[in-house]
Design a protein around this ligand. Structure first.
Ligand SMILES: Cc1cc2nc3c(=O)[nH]c(=O)nc-3n(C[C@H](O)[C@H](O)[C@H](O)COP(=O)(O)O)c2cc1C
Length: 326
């Protein structure tokens, strides 16, 4: 399998969400590319086999897929890459993505993720990129933010350019690490980034509308990644793509339809009893942005079986049908 050759709209990696079943749901609704959630290098080499199997589980029909490693230290990244190759896992993926964007509190303890965008850590950042490019059997991509507490991205890109031109792309989440995921992304800097660097750029951060995606394409990005919005609107990929190519929009699917597809994949690959919490999380998201959604979400929160959640979605569908027949 190869990476997308033209402008692509991918599903952004999200801890606790972008596992196999949800990725398949997004792929069948137009996502051109998906990623595992970030995996800590030590988690890869030292984790208990069951947890690791779940995090890394993939099937050929979801390709192209990137495996994402949390950027920690050069040695850990090197060992993780060796581990992937020794276990033949690299063959299941199309790109190795390094996460320099995670701003969570845990990163402070680990000096990892977006902490590596601090000026004082840029040597470590560079060394990780070098090690990854040197050792990875897969193409390497990077996911990063504009900087830690100040915009340092242009200087950082220059440094990487001195080191290698050998990156599949760089995904830029258009916020500082300190801004987490709130506030308007700093869109104004994207054209400057595209202009100033020879790297392929993938845009990220609220690229949820046709206008924004079209704009990213026009200024020269090779793709965009969509994260949070895909959780309650998994066919956002198809809708945007259809409009971009001037084709008619697809039929609108109901949230219940998406839930059923998620469950289909879940039961197919994990069996009926397992990883209930994952389905519950996405079911809750699917109930956002609809009339009386809060009430349905509360019911899902209280539920403790697949059947209970399925009944809630069936009730939702029934109600919709009654309204339509009135
Ligand atoms: C619950 C959650 C988990 C996330 N986990 C990851 C992750 O594992 N790796 C990563 O690179 N980004 C992660 N992100 C960030 C997203 O990939 C994305 O950069 C961010 O949500 C902005 O995109 P959006 O505005 O389309 O949601 C996560 C975001 C959320 C909301």
């Amino acid at each position: 399998m190869t990476l997308p050759k033209s402008f692509f709209i991918g599903l952004a990696p999200m801890v606790d969400y972008t596992y196999l079943s949800f990725r398949l749901l997004c792929r069948e609704n137009g996502a051109d590319m998906v990623f595992t959630e970030m995996i800590a290098p030590l988690g890869l080499t030292k984790a208990n086999p069951k947890a690791l199997q779940f995090l890394t589980m993939t099937v050929p029909e979801e390709r192209p897929i990137g495996i994402q490693l949390l950027a920690t230290t050069p040695l850990e990244i090197k060992n993780a890459i060796k581990f992937l190759a020794q276990n033949g896992m690299d063959e299941n993926y199309d790109v190795l993505d390094l996460n320099f964007g995670c701003p969570s509190a845990r990163m402070h303890r680990l000096n990892a993720g977006s902490l590596l965008l601090k000026r004082k850590n840029l040597d470590i950042f560079e060394e990780i990129v070098r090690v990854a490019v040197d050792y990875s059997p897969l193409p390497v991509s990077i996911k990063m933010r504009l900087g830690y507490d100040e915009i340092t991205i242009l200087a950082t890109l220059k440094k990487i350019e001195e080191l290698t031109s050998d990156l599949a792309w760089i995904t830029v989440h258009l916020r500082l690490a300190e801004e987490k995921r709130s506030g308007e992304p700093r869109y104004e800097i994207l054209p400057v980034i595209c202009e100033e660097t020879d790297f392929n750029i993938v845009a990220n951060g609220n690229f949820w509308t046709i206008d924004k995606v079209r704009w990213a394409k026009e200024i020269g990005c090779i793709g965009v990644l969509i994260g949070r919005k895909a959780r309650n609107d998994p066919d956002i990929f198809n809708r945007i793509k259809k409009t971009l190519t001037g084709r008619k929009s697809l039929a609108e699917y109901s949230r219940t339809f998406f839930y059923r597809r998620l469950l289909y994949y879940h039961f197919r690959y994990f069996g009926e009893g397992k990883y209930f919490l994952y389905v519950k999380r996405i079911a809750t998201e699917l109930l956002k942005g609809i009339p009386e959604g809060k009430q349905y979400r509360q019911k899902v929160q209280k539920s403790s079986s697949f059947k209970e959640i399925t009944d809630i979605f069936n009730e939702l569908d029934q109600k919709k049908e009654n309204v339509m027949n009135e």
